[in-house]
Design a protein around this ligand. Sequence first.
Ligand code: GLY
Length: 366
Amino acid sequence: MDNRTWAEGILSKATEKIKSVVERNAHKIPYITTNGVYDDCSKKRPSWWTNGFWAGILWEMNVLTGDAYYADLASEVEDVMAPGLTDYETLDHDNGFRWLLTSVYHYKRTGNRISRNRSLLAANALAGRYNPAGQFIRAWNDDGIDDRRGWAIIDCMMNLPLLYWASEETADPRFRKIAELHATRVIDTFIRNDGSACHIVEFNPETGERVCSHGGQGYSHGSSWTRGQAWAVYGFMLSFIHTGTEKYLKAARRVADYFISTMPESWLVPIDFRQPADISLEDSTAAAIAACGMIEIGDEKYLSCAVNMLKTLADKRMNLDSAVDNLIENGSVAYHSDEHHRGIVYGDFFFIEALMKLAGKSFFPW
Ligand code: GLY
């Protein structure tokens, strides 16, 4: 069976299941499952960084079924999130995840001016985090514990398309320039000689010098958190798609080569490629995200790795029970976290996105 036919078959089963999941969770904003039941961030965490992914799944369903019901629900999620645009403490580097999958996609689909306004406010807030001395976009806000003024994280590569979109939309190159400077600085300061990527790099916020790296969500300092590697593969590829600049494609390939070289024989991706060999903790979300990036790189080597990861997820980690909220099992928030082997909204989002790419469905919210 060719990849397209295979992906179409899985997508049609996934679509049937997600119909029941949405029915049960309509008007909520799910993030993570406990025993197969989603939580709801709509009231307790309306600005949580993953909220856009639920809207993203709803937009995917809108494309897959043609049913406007899903677009209406996605628009509702956006409305719940909108007050966050005037809450300084909740705006951070993840504005891309929040707003590309909600207001930007909504605007691109319908021309809605309220969504356009929200998108441009989000892009301005993201651009405002740029530190010109270090040529990086600051990650998180202050937490009263760490001095995070000089912290940047690999995940932010995925947020840059918000800036590329804002430049296209306004014909003002400022946003794109900031994205390009950040992406270039990340190549120079995050990517190790073996092609692996650090999670957090700290710069001196006054002089811009690289100070050190921090372990972040992986096993330890100097290890390789697989979701971070996946953010790098897809994130650099997105910068290449938006700019055509070869060095971003080269960076995406380098991290992808590292990812492939450390892949276990099972094709089940661990939380960290350097976690102890006798630890079997997985992160299925990393596999789904990396698959999206590798499909976009497109050469046979990367495509076949992507397809192997997706087929393994479909065979071993896909739960089609309509009473269970998540589609994909074994997502993990971080190595040192209690939230291991759960259903996580972005795991399902990227799994469906990857299948849609293979099946030739038109869906590109980045
Ligand atoms: N961006 C945070 C994470 O990947 O968990």
